[in-house]
Design a protein around this ligand. Structure first.
Ligand SMILES: CC(C)(COP(=O)(O)OP(=O)(O)OC[C@H]1O[C@@H](n2cnc3c(N)ncnc32)[C@H](O)[C@@H]1OP(=O)(O)O)[C@@H](O)C(=O)NCCC(=O)NCCS
Length: 137
């Protein structure tokens, strides 16, 4: 992997290849069964998004839901495995934060606790969740 590539970050979803994202998250075992079209809808319906590129290749994604006033929720933070540990996800989070000033930002994570602690997140009281009906139906 060339280490001198120019990594760029875009807040818009113009020309995003959702099939490319789907293929790469499957390769990285970070797929939760959404189709490329469902991934597109998730991002288009989000308050803030960030897509990371190496040239024209997608290497990361992140998004935030928000009421635009006081509460936001971070989801779908992913860096393509060959590009990890270079600050890509931290930078994507900073792009999201630019849209979230003044808001309480929540997230739920199973295994990337240290990553979020590095960005200033603190553990909070027990999260709760429920799937309404059947997942993805
Ligand atoms: C977590 C993830 C987004 C980090 O992406 P990244 O671009 O490598 O992150 P950065 O380079 O900005 O930060 C790296 C630092 O975050 C922390 N970190 C990264 N991945 C971590 C993990 N899985 N668990 C705990 N800490 C982690 C480490 O401190 C790491 O520093 P190091 O590389 O010196 O060890 C990436 O590993 C990933 O896509 N994982 C699979 C998807 C995932 O778990 N997403 C989070 C879901 S809530």
């Amino acid at each position: 992997m060339n280490c001198n590539m120019a990594i760029t970050f875009k807040p818009d979803l113009e020309n995003v290849d959702w099939d490319e994202i789907k293929d790469k998250i499957v390769e990285d075992h970070y797929d939760n069964s959404r189709t490329p079209e469902q991934l597109r809808a998730c991002f288009e319906n989000s308050f803030a998004t960030c897509i990371a590129y190496d040239g024209d290749k997608i290497i990361g994604k992140a998004r935030a839901l928000s009421d635009g006033v006081c509460n936001a929720y971070i989801l779908d933070v992913w860096t393509y495995a060959p590009y990890r540990s270079r600050g890509v996800a931290s930078q994507m989070m900073k792009y999201l934060f630019k849209r979230l000033t003044g808001q309480h930002v929540y997230l739920f994570t199973d295994d990337a606790v240290e990553f979020y602690e590095n960005l200033g997140f603190k553990r909070q009281s027990t999260g709760m969740g429920k799937v309404v009906g059947k997942w993805l139906e």
